[in-house]
Design a protein around this ligand. Structure first.
Ligand SMILES: CC(C)(COP(=O)(O)OP(=O)(O)OC[C@H]1O[C@@H](n2cnc3c(N)ncnc32)[C@H](O)[C@@H]1OP(=O)(O)O)[C@@H](O)C(=O)NCCC(=O)NCCS
Length: 191
């Protein structure tokens, strides 16, 4: 494999939104991604390099956004099984947040899901992620009490139905009170 010295033609292009295009995550990205996990999810069992190795080995869809120097500024992952897909994780380097990278990553996952329903879990207090997901057509379908450990934070489970392309403009955070409760048995939290 050619980890270093990628030709300029292989570097991310600038798309119309200004966010570079996501590219497939490679094994040489894992160290940087795991370091970002420690920064982004310090209280919620950040994923280890071994977990990302396992995800790539399983053939799941993982992408990164790199800057021109190859530094990973954002990453995201999706698993697909049958009619369902699941967002496994998504994160953007703190200094690069609010610049469209998270949306570019999520839209890449949505494209990779095809016609499948997409599920994800998100902390109920994660306002930025909730706003992003809602704006891309996800809606809350349940609550997982104390889903994240060791913080004990609750999670919303959200779903984006097959063929759903419209934005959910009217949904508010108060949706939590109407969502059902889902079990808390998972050992590896999805983000
Ligand atoms: C959630 C996260 C991935 C969003 O990435 P980002 O690059 O900052 O988001 P974008 O710049 O693409 O913004 C997309 C939308 O997210 C929402 N958003 C982003 N930052 C926000 C903030 N601080 N407050 C409220 N909404 C916010 C907005 O709806 C925004 O759309 P807009 O720009 O049209 O208003 C990023 O904040 C992050 O990495 N957070 C820490 C890790 C995390 O919580 N991951 C999600 C786990 S479920």
């Amino acid at each position: 494999m050619t980890a270093a010295g990628e030709p300029a033609a292989d570097r991310p292009d600038e798309c119309s939104s200004g966010a570079p295009d996501p590219e497939p995550m490679r094994w040489w990205d894992i160290e940087q991604v795991a370091e970002l996990e420690l920064v982004l999810f310090p209280t919620d069992s950040p994923w280890t390099p071994a977990m990302f190795w396992s995800e790539l080995a399983a053939g799941h869809h993982y992408v990164v956004i790199r800057d021109a120097a190859g530094r990973v500024d954002g990453y995201a992952g999706l698993s697909r099984s049958g009619d369902d897909a699941e967002v496994q994780t998504i994160g953007v380097r703190p200094g690069r947040q609010g610049q469209g990278l998270g949306r570019a990553l999520l839209q890449n996952l949505i494209g990779a899901a095809g016609n499948r329903r997409i599920l994800l879990d998100v902390r109920t207090d994660n306002a930025a992620a909730l706003a992003l997901y809602r704006s891309e057509g996800f809606a809350c379908i349940g609550v997982r009490r104390r889903y994240y450990q060791p913080s004990g934070a609750d999670a919303f489970t959200m779903s984006r139905g097959a063929g759903c392309s419209g934005k959910v403009a009217t949904e508010r955070s108060g949706t939590a009170s109407t969502a059902g409760t889902i079990g808390t048995t998972e050992t590896k939290e999805n983000r």
